[in-house]
Structure formats: structure tokens, C-alpha cells
Design a protein around this ligand. Structure first.
Ligand code: NAG
Length: 353
């Protein structure tokens, strides 16, 4: 098993190396006003970057393949979603495109009624948006328990390949959030963008806990029907918790061991303050109507799911722990086993050794 995974890693690195020097996506800095057409010009086992990073009025629209995302505020942020309807995150994480709350970024715009509860949170080290979503309206299959996107991946090209994230929330114009993570699925979402000036950006925006979802990677209130923008304290680093006064590190088991049936801790939800309430109709004025199957299917599937506390135990097709009741989903036990997930498990295992 370990040999197999190590071989897979070495061979994907070798393929990339044939095209010349390869620099991991998260080791590169980009300037918003001088972006390349594609941040990832490489070819590899996962092919080419699916879309592009130069996004403007000609790319704006619901067919956009823009892969430059923005997170500024509660009324101006993007999430990563599949380009084609009814997709699984596990199958399409490498080609996700930006779905934004506003026009003007050269992207798709999240259709009306998709976001049913949103909290924007600013802390000393990151900004974060969390909430509930009728995910089929941004092309995620209604029953997908989802997964994680971040600028890493087994081949270090990012999920999506070449995906970039910028924010003007830290002042000085658009700044690249080099470290970020975005979990989508199970009717919830979380996007955390770590301030690159902070010493712990890579830890707050950790990418190795891809199987335990928003609740563990981005603990927050997740109140459906509530739209608010808050200040807050930092979370614990994902995977770090304190038990009886002792700081502990969680090790995520590899997918080869089956569903995660036991989680030894409940993540701490940090204190928030200065929350400003909003109504969604005032926030998302650019939202186009929901169309096609997504519009009709959502009226049944999402209504039911948004009116009651979410249970990942019933949402997850592959059997999330029965003890994990009412935990926001987004990434619990993806139905498909991706190489990156396997390798994340491998590295966690290796570190534990
Ligand atoms: C608009 O974006 C497209 C796609 O990235 C690019 O080919 C084109 O050059 C851009 N137009 C301008 C004026 O920058």
C-alpha cells in the first residue's frame, strides 16, 4: 500500500518534470492586475488547467470557465463549483470554476435562492464564509456529500488546477490568498482564505483533513436562514484540539480503512462579535434565476434539508458515523476515492509513524 502510493507520487512528479521545472501552485505569488491566462501551464496526469485566470466582461456569464475567485465580504464572494450540472465534487474538483455572488468578476453568478444562510467572519488571521446552499444550483449533485478544494492536491497543481483566490478585505487592493480551503457538499459550504501576512496561514488553511468536512476544518455557527457578517476569534488549527488540558493532534485515517466511524473530539466554535444582520434579497441582487433541473429539483430536496438540523449520517452515501449527527457536511466521506485523498491519508499516516 505505502509502496503503491509512493510510486504514484513519484511518477506524477516525473511526468510534470518532463515539461521543465515545476513549482507547486501554493509556492507561487500572482498579482491580480497581471495574471497569466493560466496559472498552471503544465501538463501532467491530470491534463491541462480546465479554465483560465484572466477574467473580464467577455468571460462573464453562466458558461464562464473563470478560475480566479474572490472573497471580499458577505455580498461579494465566490465558491468553487463544477462546470457541468449534476456533478460530484470528487469527480470534478480539478476543474471547478468560480461561482460568485456578484457580476463583475468575469465569472458565473450564483443563482437566486441558492444561498439560504451565510456568515462572513473576519478574524486576526483569516476571513471565512460559511453557510447553507442548495448546491444543485451551482451544478453539485443534490445528494453529493462533497469534498475539499484547495491549492494543493497530490500533484501540487491545486484543486482546481490553477485555481486562484484574491481578496481586498485586507487593504491595499487585491491580495492573493495563497493558502485557502473550500469544502462543498452535503448542503453546506465553507471557504476560508488565510491572510498571507500571518505566520500560520498554512495551518489555519490546512489541507490534509479532507474527509472531515466544514465542521472540523471551519467550525462556525452554520445557521440556516441567517445572513450576517461578524468579527471573531481564530479557530484552533484544523486537527488540533485540547482534551483535559492536553493539546492533541488528530490523524485522519486513510480511505482504505473505510468510513470514519469515530472522531475523538468536537471542534471548538470560536467566539464571534459585532455581527451585522442582513437580508439575502439585499445582498445578492445580481443573482440570475435558477434554471432547468436544478430549479425544480431544489424545491423539494433543499426545502427539506434546510428546515431541519442537518444530519450527515443520513446524507452520506457511504455511511458517516452515526455519532456525527447534525454536523455540517461538505466533505464527509466523499463517495469517490481521489488520489489526493489517498495521499493525504498516506502523509498523515507517515507523520504518525
Ligand atoms: C478577457 O479574458 C479573456 C479570457 O481570459 C482573454 O482572452 C482576453 O484577452 C481578455 N480581454 C482583455 C481585454 O483583457
Amino acid at each position: 500500500m505505502l509502496t503503491l502510493l509512493a510510486t504514484a507520487l513519484v511518477s506524477s512528479t516525473a511526468v510534470l518534470a518532463q515539461g521543465g521545472a515545476f513549482t507547486p501552485l501554493a509556492s507561487q505569488s500572482f498579482t491580480y492586475t497581471a495574471l497569466p491566462y493560466q496559472a498552471d501551464p503544465n501538463t501532467g496526469e491530470r491534463g491541462h488547467q480546465y479554465g483560465y485566470n484572466i477574467c473580464n466582461s467577455t468571460t462573464q456569464g453562466q458558461e464562464s470557465l473563470c478560475q480566479t475567485a474572490i472573497i471580499n465580504s458577505i455580498d461579494d464572494f465566490c465558491l468553487w463549483g463544477p462546470p457541468e450540472p449534476n456533478s460530484l465534487i470528487g469527480d470534478t474538483e480539478g476543474e471547478a470554476v468560480a461561482w460568485c455572488t456578484k457580476g463583475g468578476h468575469g465569472t458565473r453568478v450564483i443563482p437566486e435562492g441558492a444561498l439560504t444562510g451565510v456568515q462572513f467572519m473576519r478574524t486576526p488571521d483569516y476571513i471565512q464564509v460559511t453557510g447553507h446552499i442548495r448546491q444543485e444550483r451551482i451544478n453539485i449533485a443534490a445528494d453529493d456529500s462533497g469534498g475539499e478544494m484547495d491549492p494543493h492536491g497530490a500533484d501540487q497543481r491545486g484543486n482546481p488546477l490553477g485555481g486562484l483566490l484574491f481578496s481586498n478585505a485586507w487593504g491595499g487592493g487585491y491580495v492573493q490568498a495563497i493558502e485557502w480551503h473550500n469544502f462543498m457538499g452535503g448542503g453546506v459550504f465553507c471557504l476560508k482564505a488565510c491572510d498571507p501576512r500571518g505566520p500560520n496561514a498554512a495551518r489555519f488553511c490546512e489541507h490534509i483533513f479532507d474527509r472531515i468536512g466544514c465542521a472540523y476544518n471551519a467550525p462556525a455557527a452554520y445557521e440556516d436562514g441567517v445572513f450576517e457578517s461578524c468579527l471573531g476569534e481564530n479557530q484552533d488549527f484544523p486537527g488540533i484540539y485540547t482534551s483535559n488540558g492536553v493539546v492533541m493532534t488528530y490523524t485522519q485515517p486513510p480511505e482504505s480503512l473505510g468510513p470514519i466511524s469515530v472522531r475523538p473530539y468536537e471542534p471548538r466554535i470560536p467566539a464571534s462579535s459585532s455581527c451585522t444582520p442582513y437580508t439575502s434579497s439585499a445582498l445578492y441582487t445580481d443573482a440570475p434565476p435558477a434554471t432547468g433541473a436544478a430549479a425544480s429539483s431544489s424545491s423539494t430536496t433543499s426545502r427539506a434539508s434546510t428546515s431541519t438540523p442537518r444530519s450527515t449520517a443520513t446524507r452520506s452515501t457511504t455511511g458517516t458515523s452515526a455519532s456525527a449527527t447534525s454536523t455540517p457536511g461538505a466533505g464527509f466521506v466523499g463517495a469517490s476515492v481521489s488520489l489526493s485523498a489517498l495521499l493525504a491519508g498516506f502523509f498523515a499516516f507517515a507523520v504518525a509513524l
